[in-house]
Design a protein around this ligand. Structure first.
Ligand SMILES: Cc1cc2nc3c(=O)[nH]c(=O)nc-3n(C[C@H](O)[C@H](O)[C@H](O)COP(=O)(O)OP(=O)(O)OC[C@H]3O[C@@H](n4cnc5c(N)ncnc54)[C@H](O)[C@@H]3O)c2cc1C
Length: 383
């Protein structure tokens, strides 16, 4: 056990043991089929909901675990260690797809959407990115126009995790595009709403166990009660709050993949014999593994430190971007080294390391690319 686990409170340690056990016994058996078929098992949500793992940080009165940010990070790391794809599906649900409702939603929205999501009965998605707009969020083209007690939404959303399987999606749309950025709103759009369609399920290089889709909204009529925050033009702040929290959690996703890559590589290097000895005995390989262990330790230490500051109410806008940037970029080195130590076998589909390498490649791109994280950090430093 890493020395860092001794920093955990008793409650966090108990949660870690439960989550590790759950990931190994209940999630790991689902991986092969989910990866092969490209389908996220519904059972993942149902079981995690039953176990109370879908909202570890949401208050108990909403059905959540009442835990802290580190507890949420533990859930994400353990899931990510077993399967980055399923971890991505869960994070899109219990993070981005529900956080705006928790932070800014009405009691009715919490009752109708958040509680069933925490129970695993409804699957959530979060739709910000569009076919023509990714990093430049303020340029989104989706529009919502008030019509009596409703809003009529038109637009398209691209690369949406859980899009093909969601029961509802939180959609970012402008009501007042002239107020660049500040005119954005978040709406809850339910599956089955006329005009809302999954126009395409997308084929990806990795993270096959998460389903990704392109969504279309064509004269899609949504009740005004589904506007998060209850007043127009509150979306920008809601996005900021949600993405900040998500960037910390993202470090835990990277950590899960890093830890899995390290564990697999140590095991491989101990049993692979060349020149008459296990390849771990060659200094170059043991040094690489020592470095991997060091970086994983630093990733986890920094992640947990920022998680603690976040819980203490400290403004961690800069640090949350630093977590995301550092963990996702270091991960590229770690999975690359892990592949190298695996030699030719690492490139073979039957060896799990290639999955972690492919899956982890995504992490410098989603929820704000590395370049965007640099911009946030530089701006926070006043540059
Ligand atoms: C598998 C997957 C799942 C996803 N899930 C979701 C989801 O659930 N919900 C959602 O809303 N989105 C989702 N996304 C979208 C993701 O967040 C975007 O891909 C990401 O924000 C980048 O946007 P983009 O792909 O349009 O790249 P672009 O914004 O077009 O950027 C392309 C490149 O240019 C760089 N760049 C852009 N602007 C600048 C600048 N000003 N200075 C320097 N460099 C710049 C970028 O860093 C990047 O390297 C997902 C994407 C993928 C691939």
């Amino acid at each position: 056990m890493a020395a860092q686990y001794h920093e955990l409170t008793e409650e966090q340690r108990i949660f870690l043991e439960m989550m590790t056990d759950f990931a190994d016994k209940e999630v790991a058996p689902l991986v092969e089929q989910a990866e092969r078929t490209g389908q996220t098992p519904r059972r993942l949500f149902t079981r995690m909901g039953e176990m109370g793992f879908l909202g570890p940080r949401y208050p108990e009165e909403l059905g959540g675990g009442g835990g802290d940010k580190i507890t949420e990070c533990i859930m994400v790391e353990q899931l990510g260690r077993v399967c980055a794809g399923m971890c991505g599906a869960v994070v899109a649900h219990s993070g981005l797809g529900t956080m705006p409702i928790y932070l800014h939603g009405s009691e009715e929205q919490k009752e109708r959407f958040l509680k069933p999501a925490i129970r695993g009965e409804k699957i959530a998605a979060f739709g910000l990115t569009e076919p023509n707009v990714g990093s430049d969020v303020a340029s989104i083209q989706t529009r919502a126009v008030r019509d009596g007690d409703n809003y009529v939404i038109n637009g398209a959303k691209m690369f949406i995790t859980n899009g093909p399987i969601c029961d509802y999606v939180i959609v970012a749309a402008y009501t007042q595009p002239e107020k660049r950025g500040l005119g954005i709103n978040l709406f809850i759009v339910e599956k089955g709403t006329p005009g809302f369609t999954v126009s395409k399920k997308l084929e990806k290089v990795g993270n096959h166990a998460a389903e990704t889709g392109e969504l279309t909204f064509e004269d899609c009529v949504v009740p005004a009660a589904n506007l998060i925050g209850g007043r127009e033009c509150g979306g920008f702040q809601q996005l900021e709050d949600t993405l900040l929290s998500g960037r910390i959690t993202y470090g835990a996703r990277c950590l899960g993949t890093a830890q899995a890559s390290y564990d697999l590589t140590v095991a491989y290097a101990k049993q692979r014999v060349q020149f008459g000895k296990p390849i771990i005995k060659f200094q170059v390989n043991s040094f690489r593994l020592a470095e991997m262990a060091m970086y994983i330790d630093i990733m986890r230490s920094y992640l947990w430190r920022v998680a603690r500051l976040y819980d203490a109410g400290v403004n961690v806008k800069k640090e949350s971007s630093m977590v995301k940037l550092f963990c996702s970029e270091i991960l590229q080195k770690l999975t690359g080294d892990a592949m190298q130590i695996h030699g030719g076998y690492g490139y073979m589909s039957e060896y799990a390391i290639q999955r972690h390498w492919r899956d982890g490649r995504l992490f410098t791109v989603t929820e704000g690319t590395s370049e965007v994280q640099h911009m946030v950090i530089a701006r926070q430093l006043g540059f």
